[in-house]
Design a protein around this ligand. Structure first.
Ligand code: HEC
Ligand code: HEC
Length: 212
């Protein structure tokens, strides 16, 4: 699967007002598969935890490639402070990031046929961008939340709220959400079908979405 970084640059510039990426890189999923070898040690292990604070290492399988690039750039330039991910991302060239993102995206996420459970009212503030099921995002620069570990979602929301993660859109959104609602929101999106660990990707080259 090819992902064009030229399109990424436009999405990022228009959608997020962020830094413009190298417009020439084109992601090669085959090369990305080889490069992603070092990522499995953390992202491939189901329920593997980040220590201090303790939360699950996020699922990357099936995530939107454009969003993955934004996240990797954020770790590299410090918009997302995380020492381990900084050292992982900083050594990758723009081309390598694009290759890895193309591999991880694997197959563009399909919307769920139906939503599992009743969405808590607070999710009304989220669905306009992340989709009613957290899987069908309105654009490839928005992360899929469906199937993500709930404790990781809560952690990310806390980091946007405290300003540790710098993103003007999410900062504005979480400012209007009561932190007491984070858990219910995260549980709901985490239950939907969507993302998988890189281990599943390594075995099947895609997320097996119709497993029970
Ligand atoms: C030592 C463990 C470790 C390794 C190895 C590692 N990561 Fe991570 N990664 C993490 C943790 C922990 C986070 C969550 C950081 C945070 O809270 O922002 C993360 C977050 C991410 C995110 C953000 C996901 C999202 O949903 O926003 C991406 C993308 C990512 N890693 C890609 C990679 C890639 C690509 C590699 C291999 C080149 C890699 N990681 C290697 C631990 C690791
Ligand atoms: C106007 C569009 C928009 C709305 C509405 C919105 N988001 Fe986001 N969200 C984004 C964007 C853009 C990002 C990527 C930010 C970044 O690069 O860190 C994001 C990132 C996230 C992340 C980080 C995902 C990850 O893998 O690290 C979480 C969690 C999240 N949003 C949850 C929510 C929740 C919960 C709501 C509702 C309360 C919400 N969002 C509403 C646009 C939006």
């Amino acid at each position: 699967m090819k992902v064009r970084a030229a399109a990424v640059a436009v999405w990022v510039a228009v959608g997020l007002g962020g830094a413009v990426l190298d417009a020439n890189a084109e992601g090669d999923a085959k090369r990305g598969k080889v490069l992603a070898y070092t990522c499995h040690g953390c992202h491939g292990v189901p329920d593997y935890k980040n220590a201090f604070p303790n939360y699950s290492v996020p699922k990357l399988g099936g995530q939107n490639a454009q969003y993955l690039l934004t996240a990797l750039n954020g770790y590299a330039n410090g918009d997302r402070p995380h020492p381990t991910m900084h050292s992982q991302a900083a050594v990758l060239s723009d081309q390598e990031r694009a290759d890895i993102a193309a591999y991880l995206q694997a197959n563009v996420a399909q919307p769920n046929k139906e939503v599992v459970g009743t969405p808590p009212p607070a999710t009304q503030a989220c669905v306009s961008c992340h989709g009613t099921d957290g899987a069908k995002t309105i654009g490839p620069e928005y992360p899929i939340l469906a199937g993500q570990y709930p404790d990781y979602i809560v952690h990310a929301l806390q980091d946007y709220k405290s300003g540790k993660r710098k993103n003007p859109i999410m900062a504005g959104i979480v400012a209007g959400v009561d932190a007491k609602d984070f858990e219910a929101i995260a549980e709901f999106f985490g239950r939907q079908r969507g993302l998988c660990t890189t281990d599943e990707l390594r075995k099947h080259d895609k997320c097996i979405r119709d497993r029970e």
